[in-house]
Design a protein around this ligand. Sequence first.
Ligand SMILES: CC(C)(COP(=O)(O)OP(=O)(O)OC[C@H]1O[C@@H](n2cnc3c(N)ncnc32)[C@H](O)[C@@H]1OP(=O)(O)O)[C@@H](O)C(=O)NCCC(=O)NCCS
Length: 178
Amino acid sequence: MKMELERPAERPDRFSVAPMATSDVAAVTRIERACFSAVWPTDAFYNELSTNKLAHYFVGRYRDRVVGYGGIWVILEDAHVTTLAVDPEHRGRKFGELLLLRLVDEAIARGAAWMTLEVRESNTVAQRLYRKYGFTTVTMRTGYYSDDNESALIMWAGSLKSELYGNRLRVLRERFSG
Ligand SMILES: CC(C)(COP(=O)(O)OP(=O)(O)OC[C@H]1O[C@@H](n2cnc3c(N)ncnc32)[C@H](O)[C@@H]1OP(=O)(O)O)[C@@H](O)C(=O)NCCC(=O)NCCS
C-alpha cells in the first residue's frame, strides 16, 4: 500500500498581507460585522491606527480585495492578539493562518517573548488554529463576553524567543513554500 503523504498547504499565491491603513477600515468593518456577534464600534479601528502606539494591524488581500485582518498590541515582552478574522466567503484557504503568522512575526520582531489571546469557548475552529501555533489554554474567564455571557479561554504561546518555538514556526512556514 502506498504511504499517504501529508498534503502541503495550498500556496495562496494571490494572497498578501500588509499593514492596515485607514483606507482599509470600511472593508475591515464589513468583515467584522460578518464574523462577530459583538462588533467593535466603527471608530475603534481608526483609533487603534491613529493613536495606539502599541497596536499593529494588518490586512490580508486576495486579488486586491481585503478578505481578512488581524492585530496585536505589544507591551514589552507580551503580545496580545486583539482580533483576527477572515471573510466567511474566503475561509479554509489558509488566509487566517497566514495572518496569524504575520502577527507572530511582528510580535517577535518587536521583542515579544509571549503571546496571548482570548477566544470563545465554543470557537473550536480558532482554537485549533491557535494550538497549531503553540497556544495552550492557561485559564478560563467565565462569562467574559458581555453579549451572551459566553466564557473565554485565555491562551498563551511562548517563549517566542526559544529555539523550540523557532523550530515550530520554521516547520509551519515551510509548508507555504513547497
Ligand atoms: C478563525 C479564522 C480566522 C480561521 O481562518 P481561515 O482562513 O478559515 O483558517 P485557515 O484556512 O487559515 O486554517 C488554519 C487552521 O485553522 C483551523 N481550521 C480552519 N478551519 C477549520 C475548520 N473548519 N475546522 C477545524 N479547524 C479549522 C485548522 O487548524 C487549520 O489548519 P489545518 O488546515 O492545518 O488543520 C476564521 O474561521 C474566522 O474568521 N472566524 C471568525 C472570527 C474568529 O473566530 N476569529 C478568532 C477570534 S479569537
